[in-house]
Design a protein around this ligand. Structure first.
Ligand code: PLP
Length: 403
């Protein structure tokens, strides 16, 4: 077997240079821990960026995937796929939506939502009703549609022109949306219940309520991007459930597959019907393996009471991080919902330095926005494991403060 250094060098030579990677390569995982090629153990506050909701080595996920692999991996969406139907049923029964469409990633679920909004606009208002409003500082993916929807120019640099008909409003500012929205022109408004990549910024309850009212008044689809917040992450099964509103469309990916690639768009019947056969498709979307993973993740979340764990241990994680804020002047705020927490720092360069010092000491953590350290551990994490992570983070911060 190659050494970790050899793997790093091979990657540098052959893999396209699109990520700022740390020089680690992992071989296996157990619970909330990953092990690198040298056998060193790391507590994982990253979860493959809010993906590995059940942690590593979940028996049900392994067994169900193994059973399915021995039957069939893939047919086509030209036939019915039993686990896909069961996953759709479970998602619908546990949300305010009526129908599901499956794809393979978060960006594709954004694309699906953008396309559904345009189709809906056409259906109820004609071709003029085609504008979509998204939020500044949002993140919705990397395809041309989803990167246009992403309200951050840093991701769009050098890629223009962007998709026409997408307008940007201020997050948590309903007046800024009202200034752009109209019944004649706007077909959809997309919002993250907690902006993730933008720096872990929760939506304001009043904002979400007023957004719902505005969308109803002007016959605009209220679309929540729950790629990061969905499937238990924030201490509710879906992030919108914190706000007492029912959106019309929701996109999911990341945590839904527990590590298997899957994306999903859910919609209420009144707008889902804007898609007819041939309007949208995905070869792999909801195939036997990814759908089995999604179904098992939801079953395990229920069986292990992981939404409650995310709520309770998320609050614990926030409280523990707030103790660090008392100790280090460079922490300005701790914010988030459930097991999606951000520690906000005074300077962007501190994020990278703390990440490096934490990894050296056996804790994986990531950044978000410019100045946030983001903590999105597996939903199975215990209080003891959180204590352990905070202890390492404390040491890493002390090392950075002393340097
Ligand atoms: C809110 C949100 N939407 C969409 C995406 C894109 O997902 P993917 O990388 O699976 O395409 C992300 C990824 O970080 C996200 O956080």
């Amino acid at each position: 077997m190659e050494t970790m250094q050899e793997i790093v060098e091979m990657g540098q030579q052959y893999v396209m240079n699109t990520y700022g990677r740390l020089p680690y390569a992992f071989t296996n995982g157990e619970g909330v821990y990953l092990y690198d090629m040298d056998g060193t153990k790391y507590l994982d506050f990253v979860s493959g960026i809010a993906v590995n909701s059940l942690g590593y080595g979940n028996e049900a996920l392994i067994n169900n995937l193994n059973d399915q692999m021995h039957k069939v991996f893939h047919t086509s969406n030209l036939y019915w796929i039993e686990p896909q139907n069961k996953l759709a049923k479970k998602l619908v029964e546990n949300s305010c939506f009526d129908k599901a469409f499956f794809c393979n990633s978060g960006a594709e679920s954004t694309e699906s939502a953008l396309k559904l909004a345009r189709k809906y606009g056409n259906m109820v208002g004609g071709p003029e009703k085609c504008e979509i409003i998204t939020m500044k500082n949002s993140f919705h993916g990397r395809t041309f549609g989803s990167i246009t929807a992403t309200g951050q120019t840093k991701y769009q640099k050098g890629l223009g022109p962007m998709l026409p008909g997408i307008l940007y409003a201020e997050y948590n500012n309903i007046d800024s949306i009202k200034a752009l929205a109209s019944k004649e022109k706007t077909c959809g408004i997309m919002v993250e219940p907690v902006q993730g990549e933008g720096g872990v910024i929760p939506a304001d309850p009043q904002f979400m309520k007023e957004l719902r009212d505005l969308c109803t008044e002007l016959d605009i689809l209220m679309m929540v991007d729950e790629v990061q917040t969905g499937v238990g992450r924030t201490g509710k099964l879906f992030g919108y459930q914190h706000y007492g509103v029912e959106p019309d469309v929701m996109s999911l990916a990341k945590g839904l597959g527990g590590g298997m690639p899957i994306g999903c768009m859910l919609a209420k019947d009144f707008c889902a019907k804007a898609f007819q056969p041939g309007d949208h498709a995905s070869t792999f979307g909801g195939n036997f393996l990814s759908a089995t993973a999604g179904l098992t993740v939801l079953e395990e979340i229920e069986r292990l009471d992981l939404v409650k764990n995310a709520e309770e241990n998320g609050a614990y994680l926030q409280a523990k991080a707030a103790e660090l804020a008392k100790k280090y002047d460079f922490i300005t705020e701790v914010r988030g919902k459930g097991l999606m927490q951000g520690i906000i720092l005074t300077e962007a360069e501190l994020v990278g330095k703390i990440r490096v010092e934490a990894a050296k000491r056996g804790l994986l953590i990531i950044g978000a926005g410019y100045t946030a350290l983001r903590m999105v551990p597996p939903l199975i994490i215990s209080k003891e494991e959180i204590d352990q992570g905070i202890e390492i983070l404390d040491q890493a911060m002390a090392a950075v403060a002393e340097a």
